[in-house]
Design a protein around this ligand. Structure first.
Ligand SMILES: C[S@@+](CC[C@H](N)C(=O)[O-])C[C@H]1O[C@@H](n2cnc3c(N)ncnc32)[C@H](O)[C@@H]1O
Length: 340
């Protein structure tokens, strides 16, 4: 993710996506017993893959307000007023936490405390049974890593000539990425199963694929511009042959597989697939949004900042058809841990 305040301006799609899920999240929270447990004096809310824009501030604020409202409604005034909320922002270490914390409001008189935890959500981030509400929005499509074999020229899985897994990819490459995505989602769920307290909620909203077609909506002209620059001799064919963008949109079936692996740990409270509402915008807006997400990866791979800028500016004239994006909203509740 590009550093600085840019993410706030280029994340309206994610902001709208969270808003679209708010009513369902509210319903799930209203039915949850833990959040209104009068003996709870501190509730910990974690936003995983928070990035450094205002969406994270809005998301934790939405959850905290809901908790306070529910407790005001259901508990005596002494139990509801003694509550304190710890809001925890978490993302990979490269995230621009300085920009994020500069956006945190000074909520005088409000019982909120903010903190940050760096690290990958595919690993453990918090002590056992310490989190009451965890959420992750528009982040789970990122893979923890690119499977080595797909960049290995000697392997049948070498995914040359494309930066994504797509129709042109060898079957072995597709299988390697699907395996990685499955392992990642299972790890994510297993880590949260350990960190959430019994009755705690895990809310995830993430981009998915609703068809078998692997040519996903990220095919936005950037790769075509890259190929043009190769033709013109400005950049090498090797640069594209050895690059893979670490993103994969899982199918509903693949998500279900991962859920099956944690059915002892989580109860599914809500699951819904919906079209992501994309506000009307110029091609340059969507390319800027893509740039905010992809630039650090491209820059690290290509090395030359001038060429990288040229790749993005050339992409503008290549902007292809805009495709529908779909996301899944998943609300899980941590089951009681039973020793047999
Ligand atoms: C598109 S942004 C979404 C940010 C925010 N949740 C929103 O809805 O606007 C994706 C974020 O996920 C983070 N991310 C990607 N892989 C991650 C991982 N393995 N662990 C934690 N965060 C990750 C990225 O660094 C980035 O900040």
């Amino acid at each position: 993710m590009e550093r600085g305040t840019g993410y706030t301006h280029h994340s309206t799609v994610q902001a709208q996506g969270f808003k679209d899920g708010e009513a369902k999240i509210k319903q799930a929270m209203a039915r949850n017993a833990l959040l209104v447990d009068p003996s709870l004096e501190v509730i910990r809310v974690a936003d995983l893959g928070c990035s450094h824009g205002s969406n994270a501030i809005h998301a934790v604020d939405f959850v905290a307000r809901e908790i306070i409202e529910l407790r005001d409604l259901k508990l005596s005034s002494s139990s509801s007023s003694s509550l304190e909320i710890q809001a925890i922002f978490s993302d990979i270490t490269a995230n621009d936490f300085n920009t994020l914390f500069s956006l945190v409001p000074h909520l005088q008189g409000k019982p909120y405390f903010f903190s940050g935890v760096p690290g990958s959500f595919y690993l453990r981030l918090f002590p056992r049974s310490s989190i009451h509400f965890a959420m992750t929005t528009f982040a789970l499509h990122s893979l923890s890593k690119i499977p080595e074999e797909i960049t290995n020229k000697e392997s049948p899985a070498w995914n040359k000539g494309t930066m994504y897994i797509d129709r042109s990819s060898p079957q072995a490459a597709i299988e390697a990425v699907v395996r990685q995505a499955k392992e990642d989602l299972q790890n994510f769920l297993q880590c949260r199963a350990q960190e959430l307290v019994t009755g705690g909620l895990l809310v995830s909203k993430f981009l998915i694929r609703t068809t078998r077609d692997l040519e996903g909506p990220l095919h936005n002209g950037f790769q075509e511009a890259w190929k043009d620059l190769i033709q013109e001799g400005i950049i090498s064919q090797e640069s594209l042959d050895t690059f893979n963008f670490p993103v994969y949109f899982r199918s509903c079936h693949e998500v279900q597989d991962a859920l099956d692996s944690v059915k002892e740990e989580f109860k599914v409270i809500h699951r819904e697939v919906s079209k992501v509402q994309i506000p009307p915008r110029q091609p340059s807006d969507s390319m800027r949004a893509f740039k905010a997400i992809s630039k650090p990866f491209i820059e690290q791979h290509v090395g030359d900042e001038k060429i990288v800028e040229l790749m993005y500016s050339r992409s503008l004239s290549k902007e292809l058809r805009s495709r529908d994006l779909f996301s899944m909203l998943l609300v899980l509740e941590k089951k009681e841990f039973i020793v047999i």
